[in-house]
Ligand binder design. Structure first.
Ligand SMILES: Cc1cc2nc3c(=O)[nH]c(=O)nc-3n(C[C@H](O)[C@H](O)[C@H](O)COP(=O)(O)OP(=O)(O)OC[C@H]3O[C@@H](n4cnc5c(N)ncnc54)[C@H](O)[C@@H]3O)c2cc1C
Length: 373
């Protein structure tokens, strides 16, 4: 049997890989390779599912803003993919000026972001502890994302475009030969003109398997859990505490529960990340300090790897040391929010187009996103 041949092999079946496949399959033949038996098994299914524009620094902020039209209209989905839920970043009495400065900066991209203090903090979230929390930054255009609905939508779009999905198909090696990648996978060989590396925490490993120099990606574990709270948190904003030694967040979930995390960033090798009990205990202690919740128990726990480039900005672009190799990695804590524009950016490279106008209009350049910037 002859080796299957396509124009583009996308490595990774997380949100990044399927967003790329959805866009590219309308113009190119695509195979999506996923090493696991199921797609979205790793970081994508382990997020807090929050849509925040002002997160991860100015580059991510702009990519999130460029993704906004997709989230506002959820094209191709029968139900909205984002449910409105404001985000309130809180600080103590010493942080008012810093939060105001962040509001001034962030509101240039998202004008509705504003400073909050005093009684309004408790009006927004009645369980905040007024003895600790004194100021806040409110992004009231934020929301809660249906992550798996979004992943399914991208996957469906990719399939409708003719993309083939290979599960249990780890890319084990690839060699460039006569303008083609000769790829070996655990599901058989494949030839492709272009490889898109959407391998998440394994981004550098995928590159090395293709003989391409790694770029220094750093996966960082974050533990999350749900806790029953015996009251209905519907309508509360997502609360993020940036108070020193009090960093944590919580988010309302169905069934009188909260999704909670310490906002931890523990260095990790690429792996099937497992939750850390100590991080859960510390998160409970902190949440019980910034709030009057008195959390005592935990329902479910999990962990995922948020993967960062050395400068913590995302990486999109052709590798200038290897022919036919596109990077799509380093999504850190914003890979879900930015996935709509990420797929369009990956497609623009494959098609030889400039970056999408929504990205350049916000002042971003291909150089800022390039792998070896
Ligand atoms: C606790 C937590 C909370 C978060 N909260 C948010 C949030 O609120 N909002 C937000 O936008 N983001 C959030 N994130 C970040 C977000 O989840 C990630 O940025 C995003 O999921 C990254 O997607 P990905 O497709 O790059 O990675 P992944 O989902 O990990 O996908 C990469 C895939 O590549 C596959 N792969 C690797 N090597 C190979 C190979 N050799 N061959 C074939 N396949 C391979 C892997 O198996 C994996 O499935 C959070 C993350 C965590 C852990």
């Amino acid at each position: 049997m002859s080796t299957p041949r396509v124009e583009v092999a996308v490595v990774g079946g997380g949100i990044a890989g399927v967003s790329a496949a959805a866009q590219i399959s309308s113009t190119h033949s695509v195979v999506l390779l996923e090493q696991e038996a199921e797609l979205a098994y790793h970081t994508t299914s382990r997020s807090a599912a929050v849509y925040i524009e002002n997160e991860g620094g100015p580059v991510f902020h702009r990519l999130s803003t460029a993704s906004r039209p997709f989230w506002d209209s959820s094209p191709g989905s029968e139900t909205p993919l984002v449910t409105p839920m404001p985000v309130l970043s809180v600080g103590d009495a010493s942080m008012g000026a810093d939060l105001q400065a962040e509001v001034d900066e962030a509101s240039q991209v998202t004008p509705s972001i504003r400073f909050v203090e005093g009684a309004e903090l408790l009006e927004l979230c009645p369980v905040l502890n007024p003895e600790v929390v004194a100021a806040g930054m409110l992004e009231d255009t934020a929301g809660s994302i249906d992550v798996m609905g979004t992943h399914q939508l991208f996957l469906r779009t990719a399939r409708q475009g003719g993309a083939d999905v290979w599960r249990s198909a780890k890319l084990t090696s690839a060699v460039r030969n006569g303008g083609l990648w000769e790829i070996q996978t655990e599901a058989g060989p494949l030839q492709a003109e272009v490889i898109i590396n959407a391998g998440g925490a394994w981004g550098d490993t995928v590159a090395e398997r293709c003989g391409v120099q790694p770029i220094g990606l750093a996966p960082k574990r974050r533990t999350a859990f749900t806790s029953p709270i015996g009251q209905d948190p519907t309508g509360w904003p997502f609360i993020y505490s940036g108070i020193a030694d009090m960093e944590c967040y919580f988010k309302a979930e169905a069934g009188q529960q909260l999704l909670c995390s310490l906002s931890d960033e523990a260095p990790s090798d690429p792996c099937d990340a497992k939750p850390e009990e100590l991080d859960i205990a510390l998160a409970i202690e902190r949440i019980n300090t910034i709030s009057t919740l008195g959390i005592r128990s935990v329902a479910t726990t999990w962990a995922g790897l948020r993967t960062f480039a050395p400068d913590r900005n995302p990486v999109f672009g052709w590798d200038d040391t290897a022919d036919g190799f596109v990077w799509m990695v380093g999504q850190g804590g914003c890979g879900i929010v930015t996935s709509p524009i990420a797929g369009e950016i990956a497609a623009s490279f494959v098609r030889g187009d400039p970056l999408p106008q929504r990205v350049t209009e916000l002042g971003l350049t291909a150089e800022q996103l390039a792998p070896r910037r």
